[in-house]
Design a protein around this ligand. Structure first.
Ligand SMILES: [Zn+2]
Length: 675
């Protein structure tokens, strides 16, 4: 939830746009606007109307956006770097890339690379062996607060992060899991769309089992999808997952047996290599109790089929073409609405970024992020923080003690710009150019072991959770830190040669957005040291909750489809961050002018450029299925509605002379002011 853009699912669905043209222009792009639309009626169309008309969604994407175009550019550069690295031998980056690209080798090996693991599943004779096998699937593949990913198809997922109760040391967090579809809603919702998805999912599971040589694939599929449905019923919703006060549940190993009976936990932890780990933080206790009970009550054979199918699904992209095509037909086309798969080289770049991201990242940072750009972005950060300080001092509703805590949080805040101060060491990760299945298995295992080894060790407050080639930004609440990778510090967010209005409306509003997360519903729960400690008074919280409820109601009204509205509560923290980020960035922009008049561009005033730059950095177009998936699962509102955050900012009304009667107009008393 704390990262700037779409969830992992959506990144997968949106894919990457091709042929990002190098921008020749510096500043806002009037040619992308639609001046026939009144800014007060639809600010998104006003900023992006012509772009929307002339832009087609490529057939291999669920959508296209500024983020996607930048991701393309970053991918292209990363691919070039990989190609260079591929020229030298014995290089892990090159070996992994080539292993993924070796379609002939993949085809000729068939399902042999999975045989040993499938045999082991077949050999499971009782629930004790099942518990061990389930433990063996645990990986460090979820992230509750930084890059935010609550989804793992394994029974449970692990996240190693600063301890809620001791922010100086790392602790293991365990999260619910077990579903292939993105969220519980896909199993439980009664909408026509979800019913259609479920029908096709059942057929997909059967088809996959059939390809792998299982007998009675339809029958098996029926039972294992029913098992996933039962798992889904135990899961918390995405909105519930965001409540960290319900998530701080330290359990000893003995607690698992007592509070979640049904699974032989000692055997599970042995399988996971965690028998020596004494304490965990369980994010969703009710889901753990429910899932453990299902391990006991559902038939052993159904669990074995579930394990086998989940294993095959995890590797389908690097199995023979029939498997990969079947997977794409369901997950890409049905679920993501993407007609055509991305070229293989782009997927290979994605794999290298996932498993050897820092290895590429350190070269990327050197080449594409000059020290001048870093200095300029750091100056903007300092300016926006200074103006956040003023906004906090000026609040009339906040208790002076709370204000002092907030100021202290700004003082200890660590803002990383461009790239991390140190890089991951991959020497323990073995890559074999002739064994892509093994490479991915070892890659996940390498990361898992690396994370397990960190448990109990001191926290590095300057650590990054994103590579420099990632087009995103992130707030790390348990470290009181945030990062802005090099790859997002480019147009339409940042351009060293553009007017200040452009940079503050673009990356400035992103910086403000991330800083605001330091104080929002979750930020209020973490103090300057990243400890879980509510530093607000009850009265502060009351005011905050009243204003945020008003904002939730505002977003509840937006309807991307007649049968589907946004969920104002699910997207609340991100919407607050958008409004607050804009307000702080506008202040920062005005301060940067130092009393001088703002230069005009194409007839637009400085403030107009600021808001248009914000709107244009949100340009985006999605296929319906991808849009529905985003509304269902993402904590961010779709771009169009993120742009509408401007209606809460007084400066937007004066910049565009927005009048009562225009669709986005809010009377001054209805505008939500939080910071
Ligand atoms: Zn955010």
């Amino acid at each position: 939830m704390k990262n700037l853009v779409v969830s992992t699912l959506l990144l997968a669905c949106l894919g990457f746009a091709q042929n990002a043209a190098a921008p020749e222009q510096h500043g806002i792009i009037p040619a992308n606007m639609d001046s026939s639309v009144k800014p007060g009626d639809d600010f998104f169309e006003y900023c992006n109307g012509s772009w929307l008309k002339k832009t087609d969604i490529p057939p291999d994407r669920g959508g296209v956006s500024a983020f996607a175009v930048l991701t393309d550019l970053s991918n292209k550069r990363t691919a070039d770097l990989i190609e260079e690295m591929a020229k030298s031998k014995g290089n892990k980056v090159a070996d992994l890339y080539h292993a993924y690209m070796d379609e002939a080798g993949i085809q000729s090996r068939g399902t042999a690379p999975l045989k040993e693991k499938l045999d082991a599943i077949r050999g499971i004779g009782d629930k004790r062996a099942l518990a061990h096998a389930l433990g063996e699937t645990l990986r460090a593949d979820v992230d509750a607060l930084n890059n935010t990913n609550f989804h793992t198809p394994n029974l449970f997922g692990m996240w190693v992060a600063p301890d809620f109760n001791d922010s100086d040391h790392y602790a293991p967090y365990l999260l619910q899991g077990g579903l292939q579809l993105p969220d519980r809603d896909y199993y439980l919702s009664n909408s026509e769309h979800m019913k259609m998805v479920r029908e096709k999912y059942l057929a997909h599971v059967a088809a996959t089992l059939k390809l792998a040589g299982f007998d009675n694939p339809e029958q098996r599929a029926q039972k294992l999808v029913q098992l996933e449905h039962d798992i889904a019923e135990t899961h918390l919703t995405l909105a519930e997952n965001d409540d960290i006060h319900k998530a701080n549940n330290p359990w000893t190993q003995a607690d698992f047996a007592a509070k979640a009976p049904g699974l032989e936990w000692a055997e599970y932890f042995r399988g996971a290599g965690l028998e020596a780990t004494k304490k965990f933080i369980v994010w969703q206790p009710t889901a753990f109790a429910g899932e453990a009970k299902l391990v006991d009550s559902a038939a052993l054979d159904t669990w074995k089929d579930w394990l086998a199918y989940h294993l095959i699904e995890q590797y389908a992209g690097v199995l023979p073409k029939a498997f990969a095509d079947e997977q794409f037909a369901f997950f890409g086309q049905t679920l993501g609405g993407t007609p055509q798969q991305r070229p293989r080289w782009q997927r290979a770049v994605g794999v290298v970024n996932t498993y050897l991201g820092d290895e590429v990242g350190k070269v990327y940072a050197q080449r594409y992020f000059p020290p001048e750009a870093k200095a300029q972005a750091q100056a903007m950060v300092a300016n926006i923080i200074a103006n956040f300080r003023k906004r906090i001092d000026a609040l009339d509703w906040m208790n002076p003690k709370t204000k002092a805590e907030a100021q202290h949080k700004l003082t200890t805040l660590y803002v990383g710009v461009g790239y991390a101060e140190s890089w991951k060491d991959y020497s323990a990760y073995e890559v074999n150019p002739d064994d892509i299945v093994g490479d991915l298995w070892r890659g996940r295992m390498f990361e898992y072991k690396r994370q397990v080894a960190r448990v109990g060790t001191p926290v590095d407050k300057h650590e990054w959770s994103m590579t420099p080639q990632t087009v995103n930004a992130v707030n790390l609440p348990l470290q009181n830190a945030m990062s802005f990778p090099a790859a997002i510090l480019q147009p339409p967010f940042f351009d060293a040669k553009a007017p200040a209005a452009y940079n503050y409306g673009g990356i400035g509003s992103v910086i403000g957005h991330e800083i605001s997360h330091t104080f929002d519903t979750e930020g209020a729960a973490f103090d300057a040291k990243g400890r879980v400690r509510n530093w607000w008074t009850d009265a502060d919280l009351k005011h905050f909750e009243a204003s945020t409820a008003q904002l939730a109601a505002q977003y509840d009204q937006y309807k991307p489809f007649p049968d589907l509205a946004l969920n104002g509560k699910q997207t609340l923290a991100e919407n607050i961050a958008d409004v607050a980020g804009l307000a702080a960035a506008l202040d920062g922009y005005h301060a940067s002018l130092k009393g001088k008049a703002a230069p005009k561009q194409d007839g637009f005033t400085g403030d107009q450029q600021f808001f248009i730059a914000y709107g244009q950095s949100r340009e985006s177009k999605s296929r319906d299925a991808a849009m529905r998936a985003q509304v269902a699962t993402d904590s961010h509102s779709p771009s169009r509605y993120r742009t509408f955050a401007v209606r809460n900012i007084d400066g937007w009304y004066s910049a565009f002379d927005v009048k009562p009667g225009e669709k986005l107009y809010l009377a001054p008393g209805e505008r939500v002011r939080i910071w």
